[in-house]
Design a protein around this ligand. Sequence first.
Ligand code: ADP
Ligand code: ADP
Length: 230
Amino acid sequence: MSIIKLSNVTKKYSNGTTALRNISLEIEPGEFTYIVGPSGAGKSTFIKLLYRELKVDTGSGHVAQYDLEKLRHRDVPMLRRAVGVVFQDYKLLPKKTVFENIAYAMEVIGKNPREIKKRVNEVLDLVGLKHKIRSFPNELSGGEQQRVAIARSIANSPKVLIADEPTGNLDPENSWEIMNLLEKINLSGTTILMATHNSQIVNTLKHRVIAIENGRIVRDQEEGDYGYDD
Ligand code: ADP
Ligand code: ADP
């Protein structure tokens, strides 16, 4: 049974731009999939549908056990618990420490302080940043901020981790460090979906590649290539 499935999904913005046309795909639990394609192709829109930042217009789909059409507004937090998200610009809360940034994700789902403390230390250990637990985001490098964002995204042990250009603001060394972490998280069983413009990574660390152009899936390849010149 697929962990992500979309059937004939379309998405049009209120200004009339059709961002996705008739998208169908299935992703199995534990897969690592890259989403590639030119700027404006629809990658971010696709990702936003999966964690219900946006609603599908027509078509159907599910992520984990959550039906993207029928999910009620009040159940969106449950979907977000099953789906961790990492962004290009980290999106850490600037006035909260590293500990508080990660703890917050667990507080909102009602974990107790003892569990939170234990898990925050665990995920910071995984990303190699236990010594930064009391730092604020602006005291960290970009690579460190992204590692904290990854720690936060997995704090609630999501089944799916979605990353929208996670290495977009990082130099190659930090980018590879982030990829090592994502590989490790994938090997522990988490399904990973990553939108990227990084051809070196896609061509080196081989995984399934889904290419979107002009709102349509134009390629879906096991161990695929990046396939663009940029
Ligand atoms: P990229 O995905 O290349 O990093 P953006 O997501 O900023 O770039 O934008 C991609 C395209 O989407 C651009 O053509 C931009 O003008 C358009 N775009 C982004 N946000 C909006 C919006 N709110 N309204 C209209 N167009 C938008
Ligand atoms: P990508 O992530 O591949 O760069 P996007 O999903 O951001 O592509 O954009 C797909 C299309 O939808 C583009 O034509 C873009 O201009 C448009 N778009 C993106 N966001 C908005 C928005 N909020 N309002 C209107 N159009 C948008």
